[in-house]
Design a protein around this ligand. Structure first.
Ligand SMILES: *Cc1c(COP(=O)(O)O)cnc(C)c1O
Length: 465
């Protein structure tokens, strides 16, 4: 399988090259040249596979340059860190199927992709005899999932910047209590945006980036999307088994369009009609629901909400869908993305018919998030985290007939304990991995948000080729 850029500016490359490239060199995003299709017979034959075996079946259709036994081993190690054997269990509540994606080491769905990506990086670096220094800024969740993805790995160091005292105490400790030698936490005095700006400047210094083999951890890596396709297929198989129904709907809380784009790919590879509807749910940062409902893809002011992992201005994976919307026309995609960069908006109202065949969408207000957590607990005795509540609300709104509805539960409620307690009056139960975390020994460098100082720190601690 070869990979190409949404902007058409690179010659096709292999899967492993695409993983190491991350963002395409022409500024676009990488996509497989063709989308494989799974026939009904094959799909039905997968019903009894374990999560890992199914992951191999799905992924190997997109990966042809890693030997099967190696890929199986990478997958096996990646999901051994989850606290349930089936990795992504389904819980039946309130007439919905809640797909719990938070059983990994940091209690958020990002573990599903980042546990895999960490092992994949380690494997590829050993093969190429090279090293990688991962650098990123986080407003909370992504940092810990990335750190847990690569902790203790050979040939990788990771540097994660977070704004000092502006992430929750638990989020901070989830990052800083990881004491492996290859993990460097930097708390800087400033806002998340200050950190983002510094990261962008460091990556903009091409000389520095090359000298220190810098790599990013953002959600645009194709391997992350691919790992997420698996749980769509897995949950379709399991719900179909119970309901003897051929179609399912999915409700997906969305920020950067990563998770829902994986659903879009799953819909394309599975037999027609297996996935009927993809419901896109945003918080008050509603660029994506405005896009689906009105064809209006335009920047708004970024608001702080109780679902911070979805507080985004633009959606970094959106360009992948745009490419398909433009019928795989890379030139048109590039023009539109350049127009967006110039004007902060593009008008896609002319594509409404197609967009609405692919998605339905809604945005959920802060008040409704709390109300949904409260009522779902009261009526069904199940505690939703604020992100999951947004998907559940959307699911209740768009549910029709007897089509089973799968809601993606993207974080454990204990990660957002304050909001949850506000809603239901009691704190959510604390999973073992968070018990006592506040008092555990931590390691973190406190620094001013100064570009030069942070660069020096990275240079001093970076792995050398
Ligand atoms: C990152 C995240 C999301 C949004 O996922 P996208 O891939 O950006 O759409 C939703 N919920 C939680 C808990 C997250 O951490």
């Amino acid at each position: 399988m070869q990979y190409l850029s949404t902007r058409g500016g690179i010659t096709p490359i292999s899967f492993t090259k695409a993983v190491m490239m991350g963002l395409a060199n022409d500024g676009g995003l990488l996509l497989p040249r063709t989308i494989p299709r799974i026939g009904s017979e094959t799909f039905n034959s997968w019903q009894k596979l374990s999560y890992g075996d199914l992951a191999f079946e799905v992924m190997s259709r997109f990966i042809d340059d890693i030997p099967s036994s190696d890929l199986k081993d990478i997958i096996k190690r990646s999901y051994a860190t989850f606290d349930v054997e089936c990795v992504a269990p389904l819980v039946h509540k309130g007439g919905l199927h809640i797909l719990e994606l938070f059983h990994g080491p940091t209690l958020a769905f990002k573990d599903v992709a980042l546990q895999f990506l960490g092992n994949l990086f380690e494997y590829l670096l050993a093969k190429n005899q090279s090293v990688l220094n991962i650098l990123g800024a986080t407003s909370g969740d992504t940092g810990s999932a990335a750190i847990y993805g690569v902790r203790g790995k050979e040939r990788i160091n990771i540097f994660i910047l977070h704004p000092h005292h502006r992430v929750s105490a638990v989020q901070e400790k989830q990052m800083t209590t990881v004491l492996d030698n290859n993990v460097f936490n930097i708390a800087f005095r400033g806002s998340f945006d200050d950190g983002q700006t510094i990261i962008k400047k460091i990556f903009g210094d091409i000389e520095f980036k090359k000298t220190y083999n810098l790599g990013a951890i953002n959600s645009i890596n194709w391997a992350r999307v691919l790992a997420q396709v698996v749980y769509y297929v897995h949950s379709c198989l399991h719900v179909a088994m119970h309901e003897k129904d051929s179609s399912v709907d999915f409700a997906i809380p969305t920020g950067n369009f990563g998770d829902i784009f994986a659903g879009f790919i799953a819909k394309k590879i599975l037999p027609a009609g297996t996935i009927r509807q993809l419901i896109l749910a945003t918080n008050d940062n509603d660029i994506l629901s405005r896009f689906v409902n009105h064809g209006d893809y335009s920047l708004g002011e970024v608001k702080t909400t109780s679902s911070p992992s979805m507080d985004i201005g633009t959606a970094s994976n959106f360009e992948r869908y745009l490419y398909y919307l433009m019928d795989s026309d890379a030139i048109r995609t590039r023009e539109l993305m350049e127009e967006f960069a110039r004007n902060g908006k593009i008008d896609l109202a002319g594509y409404q018919d197609q967009i609405r065949r692919d998605f339905v969408a809604t945005s959920v207000s802060e008040e409704t998030v709390l109300e949904t957590i409260r009522s779902f607990y009261k009526e069904h005795d199940y505690v939703l985290d604020p992100h999951t509540a947004i998907g559940v609300k959307a699911a209740q709104q768009f549910r029709t007939g007897g089509v089973p509805m799968i809601c993606l539960a993207t974080a454990h409620p204990a990660k957002f304990a304050t909001v949850v307690e506000d809603a239901i009056g009691i704190p959510p139960s604390v999973p073992d991995c968070l018990v006592g975390i506040i008092d555990k020994p931590a390691r973190c460098e406190l620094m001013d948000a100064e570009l030069q100082k942070i660069k020096e720190f990275v240079a001093k601690n970076a792995l050398q080729q």
